[in-house]
Design a protein. Structure first.
Length: 379
């Protein structure tokens, strides 16, 4: 049986799974996904957050409001902060907030910073991020620019997004960032699969990143407009097998079709730029349960933990031999199977997966040439 330590060593303890396991037993939160802005230069066609280049930021939480929430989080024992997107680098106070948390929580606090890094355009800014971020989640779709542009609507700015992102990543390396603490995030979506192996080779073999932490495409947010680009189950399995191969550890397959597995998800909640909280960053905004602009994080958690916590899954995911590490992706179950408590239809181990996933493809209209041109993946 695959043990927690087998997964932790693959991620160089970036997600601190052993500590999360102890928190889960106590029904406590260990992590907070922090979306401080909806702005992002990338304009990815599949973006579940519907992030945009220009956004009215007047309703976003202020620096003072975020600091108050961080104070509450530290007091609750939360020690991992995942800065997801939009792109936090587009807020002028991103480093002020990171530094505040570092000072407030000391060495126990870990920052996991996600970005396409296209907004990282000078060495001083890169050096600042090197000093503050423990791990980086690198959003970069493809090392092949024409493929990259297939998921980025072409306009004056997006035509150079590929170059700006790649330059930002290398600027971080020049500033001294350890590539082993970089984690590649490529969504599993049709257009990107034809050269995903070449992109993996570039980042793992040339740059030296530590892991892959990408997820299955979901028709959420702007992604609903490109639902027909959903991958097949065979392609999903191929990508996660490629992850295990590149990370040189077959134990990674115990995480199924998920980026980080169960222990991350059941000890983490998300806060959006306007202060609303929900159990998962990728679930619909209709599932928010409270607003922290005036409220208290601890009170909101205690009052709503039953709806915020991931449930024990129904069906195969609830009895899988890897249940201690993975219970499928709850967002996959929601979007693909229409039941967030159900088993993950994207998982190759789920015996009901083929039927439910085929129903999903039919429902979203992904029964065109994209589903008939599956790339060669050995399945």
């Amino acid at each position: 049986m695959v043990e927690i330590k087998d997964i932790s060593k693959c991620y160089r303890d970036a997600y601190q799974f052993e500590k999360r396991a102890e928190y889960a037993k106590q029904n406590k939160l260990y992590g907070l996904e922090v979306d401080i802005t909806r702005r992002c230069f990338s304009g990815c066609s599949y973006c579940y957050a519907s992030s945009v280049k220009k956004w009215d930021t007047s309703n976003e939480l202020t620096t003072k409001e975020w600091k108050r929430i961080f104070d509450q989080a530290i007091d609750m024992g939360i020690r991992c902060f995942s800065w997801s997107g939009g792109d936090a680098l587009l807020r002028s106070d991103w480093d002020i907030l990171l530094e505040y948390l570092k000072e407030k929580g000391g060495n126990e606090v870990r920052h996991f910073f996600a970005s396409p890094f296209s907004a990282l355009n000078d060495y001083k800014k890169a050096k600042r991020l090197v000093e503050l971020a423990d791990d980086l989640l690198v959003h970069f779709d493809s090392i092949n620019k024409p493929t990259f542009l297939e998921t980025h609507p072409i306009d004056k700015s997006s035509s150079t997004e590929w170059e700006r992102s790649l330059r930002g990543i290398h600027l971080l390396l020049d500033a001294g960032y350890n590539p082993k603490h970089m984690h590649l995030a490529i969504p599993i979506i049709k257009p990107l699969l034809k050269d995903i192996e070449a992109t993996f080779d570039y980042f793992f073999d040339y740059i030296g990143v530590g892991s892959y932490a990408g997820g299955v495409f979901k028709p959420a947010g702007r992604g609903g407009e490109v639902a027909r680009l959903a991958p097949s189950r065979a392609e999903i399995q191929y990508v996660y097998e490629l992850r295990a191969k590149k990370m040189n550890n077959p134990a990674m397959l115990a995480l199924g079709p998920t980026a980080t597995g169960k222990l991350y998800c059941e000890t983490t909640i998300a806060i959006n730029p306007e202060g609303y909280i929900k159990g998962c960053d990728t679930l619909p905004n209709s599932d928010v349960v409270a607003n922290l602009r005036q409220g208290n994080l601890k009170d909101a958690w205690e009052k709503n933990k039953d709806s915020l916590k991931c449930p024990v899954p129904e069906g195969y995911c609830g009895v899988c031999e890897n249940m201690h590490l993975c219970f499928g992706c709850r967002a996959n179950a929601y979007y693909l199977g229409q039941n967030w408590k159900g088993s993950d239809p994207a998982c190759w181990k789920n015996p009901d997966g083929p039927r439910v996933y085929d129903e999903y493809l039919t429902r979203i209209g992904a029964t065109n040439e994209y589903q008939n041109c599956e790339f060669t993946c050995g399945h």
